[in-house]
Design a protein around this ligand. Structure first.
Ligand code: UTP
Length: 297
């Protein structure tokens, strides 16, 4: 079986409680970093990695995600009439023509593993990617930076014919906030995963390599998730599914090149906003001047 990925799953049916009250009406994935919602950064990364079918796992409160990727006829007509061709291109590029978006519903937030399972009818049994949009991964300025994290992972998965899971080093006192992997033969940026556990306490964590929201997974995971019982937090955990997958297939942990912003937390969103403001030619000077001024007060 080839590990070439064409399809990507975006589980966006979580409750986003850490951003209340904003997330009462605005899904967390629609929160902007400068001028793009978080979901757009993840979508761009998936397309760069070669995906042409994007599966959004949403719930009944998240219509705005589907609206965002829909064609905005009236707006396009107005911009066209006004001769605003640059802005017109910006909204048309939200989803390139060769890419299709499919929406599936997760009726109840039963956990990330369950959300991924909801995408099964669209994915079938081929390898696929999972991207959690609240993990925003930056690999240098857009245009002049290196490849996105998922592209790096897709190349490794194809080369090694194996599932690949993104990891980063985390402080030991924070292992309880991550899936943690134990690896063997780690060399360069990757190693085979020997074990994976969800949110272990620091004293029992097998390492400090924390899982980040990017995965290239074998289609075999679906049969396994069907049978996975609720784990940590009473949720059907993707981590538990991957732990079971390891008994049948090889999976690699990959320490990606780039910096991850945890935009599921308020400080992560603030940090990402600062970083991306510094990346915009038309904002960088003003952002820098403001920060200098604010810090000197
Ligand atoms: P989080 O653990 O960040 O949960 O989910 P959350 O509900 O989005 O946010 P908080 O913690 O309440 O602030 C990780 C990812 O899994 C998705 C979320 O949308 C997010 O992308 N998810 C989680 C689902 O799609 N369905 C679920 O049942 C649970």
């Amino acid at each position: 079986m080839s590990f070439r990925i064409r399809k990507a799953v975006f589980p966006v049916a979580g409750l986003g409680t850490r951003f209340l009250p904003a997330t009462k009406t605005v899904p967390k994935e629609m929160l902007p970093v400068v001028d793009k919602p978080l979901i757009q950064y993840a979508v761009d990364e998936a397309i760069e990695a070669g995906c042409d079918t994007l599966v959004f796992v949403t719930n009944r409160y998240k219509h705005s995600v589907a609206d965002y990727f829909d064609k905005a006829y009236e707006l396009e007509q107005k911009l066209e009439k006004a001769g605003k061709t640059e802005l017109l291109a910006v909204i048309r590029e939200v989803l390139p023509r060769h890419v299709r978006a499919v929406f599936v519903t997760q009726a109840e937030a039963l956990g990330l593993g369950h959300a991924v399972l909801c995408a099964r009818p669209v994915i079938g049994d081929e390898p696929f990617a999972v991207l959690l949009p609240d993990d925003l991964i930056w690999n240098g300025r857009s245009g002049s930076g290196g490849p996105g994290a998922l592209k790096q992972m897709a190349e490794l998965a194809e080369r090694e014919n194996a599932s690949v899971i993104a990891v980063q080093d985390v402080p030991r006192e924070q292992t309880g906030s991550y899936g943690i992997v134990e690896t063997i033969d780690f060399s360069g940026r990757h190693g085979a995963i020997a074990a994976i556990v969800e949110k272990p306490r620091p004293e029992v964590a097998p390492s400090t390599l924390g899982v980040v929201g990017r995965y290239v997974l074998s289609g075999r995971i679906f049969d396994i998730l069907e049978k996975t019982r609720p784990g940590a937090g009473g949720e059907i955990q993707l981590t538990d599914g991957i732990a079971a997958l390891l008994k049948e297939e090889r999976a690699l942990a990959y320490r990606f090149e780039g910096r991850r912003f945890d935009c599921g937390s308020r400080i992560g969103l603030v940090e990402a906003t600062i970083q991306f403001a510094l990346d915009h030619d038309d904002l960088a000077d003003a952002a820098r001047a403001y920060m200098r001024d604010a810090l000197s007060r």
